[in-house]
Design a protein around this ligand. Structure first.
Ligand code: AHM
Ligand code: MG
Length: 320
């Protein structure tokens, strides 16, 4: 059976649409990078790059060689696309200003390799991208990268697992592709993804129970008593399973991470956008993720993603 390729899908969706001009080349650059990262991950132990790069990133975390290589790969490919004005990366303190010609229409914020703690144990990891339109006729500055998630035009994530998948969302459309290992690129295998309304799993790091306040404990206990636990420890892999099968992810604030652990601009916003476009919901526990006005590129946020009913119920317990 002939399946639509990512290139065919992108060209037929946006090539003649002025509102999405250049977006196709951004998504193709991400797909190209994803193929390269998937290959690097599979060869990583043999190439002896499964170790720390020796530095510490802006979050105070040890940088893995593959974190650095993934960030560099996507920055290079997105820059070469000719359509990207600025790139923010989990691994880069200030972000990268690429250009401000009229063709530089898009701003991309990314976690180039999510799930670092799982890289060296053959567990799924992935990459996450939020895509905003650059305000036209304005100079490109670090502030260009600080826009609320509700203004995203697209979001993409990839999972490097037993297969490599790429999920791309735009308004009202969430499409899933799988990398053809025989060299055919990404193919549309999961068209028109919708969040199942029925929730069957919860993904919460409940080993931190002792660090939670009473409302967080009560909400997590409801989840534990209602659903079955699945927790990979790679956000993107937990989210992907939950999106396909029906599950709620929650990384709450705790005494060690009073603002949560996950990053608003390149983890919460893109996956929140995907969740909402698929009919699900994204909340910090006190408000919708996509409504938060960002203050800085690397700010953290408590994050809940899942079927709308399960998110609403958990938020309501958290706020009683
Ligand atoms: P990373 O972007 O440096 O990999 O960190 C984020 C990861 C998420 O993928 C995952 O949901 C979370 O951290 C796991 O945290 P913990 O190890 O505290 O459960
Ligand atoms: Mg991450």
């Amino acid at each position: 059976m002939k399946m639509t390729t990512l290139t065919e899908h992108v060209d037929s969706s946006w090539a003649n649409d002025p509102a999405h001009e250049g977006l196709g080349s951004v998504v193709k650059a991400i797909a190209d990078g994803a193929r390269q990262i998937q290959a690097k991950l599979q060869a990583a132990a043999i190439a002896d790059v499964l170790s720390a790069a020796g530095g510490v990133n802006v979050h105070g975390e040890a940088v893995q060689i593959l974190d650095e290589q993934s960030s560099d790969t996507f920055i290079r490919l997105l820059g070469e696309s000719g359509s990207v004005a600025a790139i923010g990366s989990e691994e880069v303190a200030e972000g990268v200003l690429v250009g401000d010609s009229p063709d530089h229409r898009w701003v991309v914020l990314m976690d180039p390799l999510d799930g670092s703690s799982n890289i060296d144990v053959a567990v799924s990891v992935g990459s996450i991208f939020g895509v905003w339109k650059r305000p036209p006729n304005e100079p490109v500055t670090p502030e260009t990268m600080l826009r609320p998630g509700s203004e995203q035009v697209a979001a993409v994530y990839t999972v490097y697992g037993s297969s490599a998948v790429l999920v791309a969302a735009t308004a009202g459309s969430v499409q899933g592709f799988t990398l053809d290992p025989s060299g055919g690129g990404f193919r549309l295998t999961h068209p028109d993804i919708r969040f199942p309304e029925k929730c069957q799993y919860y993904s919460v790091p409940d080993g931190y129970y002792k660090n939670w306040d009473a409302p967080t404990r009560a909400a997590a206990e409801m989840l534990r008593d209602t659903y079955s636990l699945r927790y990979v420890g790679s956000l993107v892999a937990d989210f992907h399973r939950n999106l396909l099968k029906g599950g709620i992810f929650w990384y709450p604030a705790d005494t060690k991470n009073p603002d949560g652990k996950l990053r608003l601009m390149y983890e919460a916003n893109p996956l929140g956008f995907v969740a909402e476009q698929a009919g699900g919901a994204a909340s910090s526990g006190s408000r919708p993720i996509l409504d938060i006005r960002p203050e800085k590129l690397h700010q953290r946020v408590p994050l809940m993603l899942g079927p709308a009913g399960a998110v609403e119920r958990t938020v309501s317990i958290l706020n009683t």
